[in-house]
Design a protein around this ligand. Structure first.
Ligand code: P6P
Length: 334
């Protein structure tokens, strides 16, 4: 056993000790999120047995209706975090409106944005999927969170993170003090520190984009992608294309190895597909804490002023040199 096995709860407490004024509420909130992640991980890892457990929407052998995993994940987070006492409101990819804290439960000073199970369409193919979350302080008066509290730019995030349910389950988070990764040891039910202070390479060798949309991209994106395939520098190798089609999985690989992920706008969807509040902002906070950068093609994602809960945004995220180079191609094509 290594000399210091650090659980996520211990790591969060050690992070909190750097803030003498901290009350412990934030640590309690993070622990509640990691506990919810363990519960979701258990169900996601059983998904391959869905035939034995009954298919979604129908009753299983116990007479219970089997929920779609993204609905299940949403419900776990709403129930666990709605009663933890540290939040004053939530928004979820799965719910159109703001989710209030249920009556009778204590209210806290934070608000939570989350995508409970991104990429869940891939679950039947046993492809890695993930949960994404962001935490802000409530700004509005009164005890309960309001829409205006969620209209904060990502540069006001107190913390963000994601869980990736893959060959192992990992919890990756940042409170603004670097990015740290924890791997779930399901035999003891603990997330153990496995990737301390993750830094992403300044320049990568991988690009991740759905090239099926090539013909609908603006020229700047087309020219950028072509430049990665046909580097001008003599002897330079082309980038490798890696696209899983599951945001958290593509992001996590690029975070560790370096590279650029793009979901640009196109003629059909000028703002692209991904959501600002619970996909782009949390991951942009993480990538910048790891030394990378995230842009919508012309400006920093974290500086975008939100206007609605589920607004979409073009997302270009990863190694800083690659993202800045993409912005240059876009500028020069205009
Ligand atoms: P496309 C999954 O549905 C998702 O929201 C993200 O996880 C992923 O990055 C993206 O959509 C993939 O979209 O259009 O390439 O299939």
């Amino acid at each position: 056993m290594p000399d210091s096995v650090v659980t996520i709860d211990r790591h969060i407490l050690e992070q909190q000790q750097k803030y003498p004024e901290a009350t412990g509420g934030f640590s309690g909130l993070m622990s509640s999120i990691s506990f919810a992640a363990k519960i979701i991980s258990r169900e996601v890892n059983k998904a391959g047995l869905v035939e034995l457990l009954g298919i979604t929407g129908q009753e299983n052998v116990h007479g219970e209706v089997v929920q779609k995993l993204d609905v299940y994940a949403h419900n776990v987070i709403v129930q666990m975090l709605g009663t933890c006492g540290y939040l004053s409101a939530m928004i979820s990819e799965e719910r159109e409106d703001l989710i209030p804290i249920p009556e009778g439960y204590p209210l806290g000073k934070y608000i939570l944005t989350f995508d409970p199970l991104d990429g869940s369409a891939n679950i039947d193919a046993n492809v890695s999927i993930g949960s994404i979350f962001g935490i802000y302080e409530k700004l509005s008066s009164g005890d309960r969170g309001k829409k205006e509290d969620f209209m904060q730019p990502g540069n006001k995030l107190v913390a963000s993170g994601y869980v990736i349910y893959g060959s192992s389950t990992m919890f990756v988070y940042s409170t603004g003090q670097g990015v740290h990764g924890f791997t779930l040891d399901s035999s003891i039910g603990e997330f153990l520190l496995s990737h301390e202070t993750i830094k992403t390479p300044k320049k990568g060798k991988i690009y991740s984009v759905n090239e099926g949309n090539f013909n609908s991209w603006d020229d700047g994106i087309k020219n950028f992608i072509m430049s990665l395939k046909n580097p001008e520098a003599a002897g330079a190798k082309p980038y490798s294309s890696r696209y899983i089609g599951s945001l958290v999985a593509d992001f996590h690989r690029n975070l560790l190895y370096g590279g650029i992920f793009l979901y640009p706008g196109n003629r059909r969807n000028p703002r692209g597909k991904l959501r600002l509040l619970y996909e782009a902002n949390p991951l942009s906070f993480i990538i910048e804490q790891a030394g990378g950068y995230a842009s919508d093609g012309s400006k920093r994602i974290l500086d975008i002023q939100p206007e609605s809960f589920h607004q979409r945004v073009p997302l270009i995220i990863g190694s800083e040199e690659d993202v800045r180079n993409c912005e240059k191609f876009i500028r020069e094509s205009q």
